[in-house]
Write a protein that binds this ligand. Structure first.
Ligand SMILES: NC(=O)c1ccc[n+]([C@@H]2O[C@H](COP(=O)([O-])OP(=O)(O)OC[C@H]3O[C@@H](n4cnc5c(N)ncnc54)[C@H](OP(=O)(O)O)[C@@H]3O)[C@@H](O)[C@H]2O)c1
Length: 271
């Protein structure tokens, strides 16, 4: 069922990946409405900097740093959040790690880390908060996926797989929750100007350190945050942001002529 909200009415948000990029921009934007924010990521220092901005903006902000790749750390973070706020109304599963390296040269530990951070952690956090949202009859689960989950772009095999898994899981969850008062929204960013490509893992697990021209030419994270808030307010199942004509064309090909897309993706220019 589609909500008719024109603005977000929820008062409490748990945002993962809030220490930089899209998550930090979303936190800063939401803080203008005086909400309560729980901000997660690994870097306490960068989370504190975002939290300081959010408090100045009018929000109550608490940092809950943890490594999403570590199941024990995830469990402890869930306990901390639920002790502080038994019903965090909105969970934004935004933390993500991209990849740069062909599958053959990527250590399986890298595949595992990306799957933990981009997919399994989001599933686990969601299952932890969902019962309280259903009991309250109100809430929102957000998964920040990617165009990568819709097209097999080379040198990102695990990232593409994790983002596709996210789309499948949260798309299914959305179809299981009608009538509960809980909405599920999938964010599909194209190119947003963040450090995502620099933080992407290479085959050895080291950060790539390279800013892709696609990211440096992408939209500002604050513009992506504004798109996300608008999409949540309208309860759009898929919220696209940072899309270019080329990306839209790629998604049309992925749906209608996948073999042609494969041929295009096999050329080196798109890497
Ligand atoms: N920017 C784009 O063009 C684009 C396109 C498609 C999809 N996306 C998706 O958008 C989301 C946000 O990315 P971004 O572009 O804002 O990139 P970013 O600036 O690199 O942000 C990634 C966030 O994820 C957190 N994170 C990474 N690994 C983590 C871990 N092991 N444990 C806990 N937190 C972790 C990072 O925090 P710490 O470093 O503090 O751990 C950071 O806050 C990601 O899911 C990404 O896949 C982005």
């Amino acid at each position: 069922m589609r909500s008719q909200r024109s603005t977000l009415s929820w008062s409490s948000f748990w945002i993962t990946g809030a220490s930089s990029g899209i998550g930090a921009a979303l936190a800063r934007r939401l803080s203008r409405t005086g909400v309560t924010l729980y901000l997660s990521g690994r870097s306490r220092e960068r989370l504190e900097a975002v939290a300081t901005d959010c408090r100045a903006g009018g929000a109550t902000a608490t940092v809950v740093p943890f490594d999403m790749a570590d199941p024990a750390a995830r469990a402890a973070a869930i306990e901390t959040i639920l002790a502080a706020d038994p019903v965090p109304r909105v969970l934004v599963n935004n933390a993500g790690l991209s990849q740069r390296g062909e599958a053959i040269e990527t250590d399986v530990s890298v595949d595992r880390t990306i799957m933990e951070v981009d997919y399994l952690a989001a599933v686990e956090l969601t299952k932890a908060v969902l019962p309280s949202l259903i009991a309250a009859g109100d809430g929102c689960i957000v998964a920040v996926s990617s165009v990568a989950g819709l097209a097999p772009v080379p040198i990102r095999s695990s990232y593409n797989a994790a983002k596709a898994a996210q789309l499948a899981f949260f798309g299914t969850l959305a179809n299981e929750l009608p009538g509960t008062g809980v909405q599920v929204n999938l964010v599909i960013p194209g190119f947003v100007k963040t450090a995502v490509s620099m933080n992407a893992l290479t085959g050895s697990g080291a950060a790539s350190g390279v800013m892709d021209p696609n990211q440096s030419g992408g939209i500002d994270p604050d513009a992506a945050a504004a798109d996300i808030i608008r999409g949540l307010a309208a309860n759009r199942r898929r919220i696209y942001t940072g899309m270019t004509a080329r990306l839209r064309f790629m998604l049309v090909l992925a749906k209608l002529v996948p073999r042609l897309l494969d041929r295009i993706l096999q050329t080196s220019e798109v890497r």
